[in-house]
Unconditional design. Structure first.
Lengths: 203, 203
DNA sequence: AGTTTTCTGTACCGTAAGGTACAATGAAAT
DNA sequence: ATTTCATTGTACCTTACGGTACAGAAAACT
């Protein structure tokens, strides 16, 4: 006899907080402080929950960071994936830069980019997170490269274009904008830099 | 009656280690781990000294970091100040990019740039260091802007050039290269990106 | 109603962080 | 040889970290 798994009928006390809202608050802390710089007291205070609730809902600090990172990519950073569907390679890059610059708007403490400042250099205990972020940055380069290769086949980009370098240049400017944003550079200034960066574009 | 200050005659046990060599080792640790990620055990082990020696010679962790940062600027990063004396604005930018790329050569763990990855986002206790690094990054932009303004007056750059944006673009690419280097991008790849970045240059 | 089950809050655990007291060491000065 | 005094090594301090035990609270099931 087979027993069907009862999916969502746990009984017991229901969660007193919204799990996605708490995740947004955690994201804000990680964004501002980085992975290592974010402490459990600061996280729990920002999330409005206590420690055992955090661990029950998210596992531990590292898993919480990963979930916040996912939410970052599908939320504030969603312009990146969206940009890929722009018609031309140039439009893709423009959408990425302008999307990032716009994302910095009205942001108080959490300036820059979580994928960059989450853990650029870190201690031994944060090595895993650091390495994962580095891989993610490289994965973004790879995605861009594939997109640009398609653009060459479409005749959008000139034949013989170095798509790998074009992708790395795009990622480099994006990362550079993140560093600038974290240094207090204003939105308007970032926009001017983005426009200048596009002058390097082929054609 | 005036007493002359006896300058270098302390008697007592002499220091058993070379203070500049120890500083170089500390720099390597900060470079790899960032300010927060560098622990006293790792620092003292790398420096080959014990804790009281470190505190006697350098003050504390924060002051040690500042001294390592100074040494970084006058050592590995000296190409930046040197680049300013290049004859043209374009040559300045080229020297900065190629200097940074060359600096990454033969570097094992300490990839990237201390000014960027030392403390991009950090906890409360590292706020001072983080802010100082952000100011330093902005100071670099200012220095470049002044250099480029001079280039306009020399007729090297076209009249009406937006020197502030040009300076910020240069710093953005440099910061982006630092992020890329910290992500494992190779020297050759960085060189190609640098060349592409120069395509945005005026004229 | 009572039982079950999950979440919440307090209070705590072990560990590691940055920093220091203090006695021992050893080179220079007398 | 003795005194002097900064450096060295051990051992320790306080504090804060990430993580958890456990009892109380509250919603669903019987």
């Amino acid at each position: 006899m087979l027993f069907l798994k009862r999916l969502p009928m746990p009984s017991g006390r229901i969660r007193q907080f919204d799990i996605e809202e708490a995740l947004d608050r955690a994201l804000e802390v990680f964004w501002t402080r980085g992975y290592e710089g974010s402490t459990l007291p600061e996280l729990t205070k920002a999330m409005g929950i206590n420690r055992p609730s955090l661990y029950a809902a998210f596992g531990n600090k590292e898993q919480l960071f990963r979930k916040a990172l996912d939410r970052y990519q599908t939320g504030p950073m969603s312009f990146l994936a969206d940009a890929l569907s722009k018609p031309t390679a140039r439009a893709v890059a423009e959408a990425i830069f302008s999307g990032f610059v716009r994302m910095q708007r009205d942001r108080d403490k959490a300036r820059g980019c979580l994928i960059v400042s989450g853990a650029l250099a870190a201690g031994e205990e944060a090595e895993t997170v650091r390495r994962e972020l580095a891989q993610l940055r490289q994965a973004i380069v790879k995605t861009l490269r594939e997109r640009f290769k398609g653009a060459v086949q479409d005749g959008d980009l000139p034949a013989g274009t170095d798509c790998a370098t074009l992708a790395r240049y795009t990622a480099t400017v994006l990362g550079g904008l993140a560093v600038q944003a974290a240094s207090g550079t204003t939105e308007k200034e970032l926009r001017l830099v983005s426009a200048m960066a596009m002058r390097a574009w082929p054609d």
